[in-house]
Design a protein around this ligand. Sequence first.
Ligand SMILES: [Ca+2]
Ligand SMILES: [Ca+2]
Ligand SMILES: [Ca+2]
Length: 245
Amino acid sequence: MSRILSTCWLLLLAAGLCSSAAAQAAQKPVYEALKTGAAIQVDGRLDEPVWSVVPAVGPFRQNANGQSSELETEARITYDDEFVYFAFRCSDPNVWSTRGKRDMHLWEEEVVEAFIQGSPAHPSYIELEVNPLGAMLDIYLLDIRKPIPYESWNSSRLKWAVQVDGTVDGNPGDKGWTCEIALPIEDVVTAPNRPPKPGDRWRLNLYRGDSKPARAGLAWSPTMRPDFHVPSMFGELVFTGRMAK
Ligand SMILES: [Ca+2]
Ligand SMILES: [Ca+2]
Ligand SMILES: [Ca+2]
């Protein structure tokens, strides 16, 4: 009898796990991007009108388990025929980083990140990281964790900038920082169309790493494991073709 009961319990547990995994998969976020007709000055200041028109992508949650985070992070996306633009706003009582050069290991300190996969049919993806000192790490990965050497792939038309409300010295008393990134669409070589056509869908994830006051790894689309490199768990970026207004 107890064996039958434990078998039933295991089946119920398996069904529960399957349904929660399915629910998680079904919850992968989708962002419907609006086009900008006005130029964006990539200076880290989010004062272009388009940044108050396009919606935020949604909450950033703890990447490993999907739980909410007290660390407020906001991201918005828009695009034109040449670039996809990302805007991040990070509340942070203690902004910190020490690495000021391109392609350093920025993820070990504090960063915002965008992972872009132009097509799920092709394993390659682009990883961009920016820290509060304004350093960029741009990587082209041929497959999961198979990067071209970081310094060998530098996007030549990539633009980025940050603004910090506070000091980047690891002492408390800061408000936060903002970041703008313009990714040249020509770099996303696996995308079905360049520039994208209305209805095109790319895989995308956005992350934030924080170190002070406490270590945190946040994601727009949590991968549900301690690993950012899980394209199958990324969200989706949909190019609507509609103008932001
Ligand atoms: Ca700006
Ligand atoms: Ca911090
Ligand atoms: Ca690089």
